[in-house]
Write a protein that binds this ligand. Sequence first.
Ligand SMILES: [Zn+2]
Length: 239
Amino acid sequence: MTQMYQVTFLHHSGILVETEHFYLLFDYDMNFKNELDFCKNNTEKKLFVFVSHSHADHFHPMIFDWSKSNPNIHYIISYDVTVPSYLTQDMVTSVKPHQVYDMKAIQVATLISNDEGVAFLVKAEGHTFFHAGDLNWWHWNGESDDFNQSIAHSYQLEILHLTDYSIDAAFIPADPRLEENYSLSIDFFAKTVRTNYIFPIHFWGQFSVCQKIAAVVEEKGYDDTVIEIKKNGQTFSFS
Ligand SMILES: [Zn+2]
């Protein structure tokens, strides 16, 4: 029997997934602090902290301080992020693109980002989650056709690695700075990968993006449901 899980949208690309025995925290930028005390105080549940790359909207070095008071923590960190020397080797897995890491409790596979770092595919307690980091269909209207074609290709190539999986929840950028192209990434993902729920991320606080993109995906008749996030700290439960 599959257990229920919860997803909390923290801030920007920061996502907290809670399964029966684990917390999976992705790209937390320290900008939503409520109710995250378990990060510093040891709890029954093991905390896995994922960082897709070093940009400030995905990573804050303060996350490493939690290890000083919480021994029940493990960091899964992209190779471009500097890890402080006080962290012992068994507390950190430094990851590269296109690798598989079996941590017994959870399994992690990485894709390469077309911006910086990696994207994460994580299997935990019968569930599969995907966090894209900055892997995105970065179609900028001011860029050359060559750039936009090559970014489209690199995005599609990576996402096509996921066609054999059935994903419970995926966290995919929908960046309004791309103007009318903000929905390309989720549209392609919904069309290509078997996924129950897609959470838009990286939308710079413009929550209306979520409703707009949910309508696009519904209109196209894809099976995937886009979650209409309304605020930072909002939690969704799934069974
Ligand atoms: Zn970013």
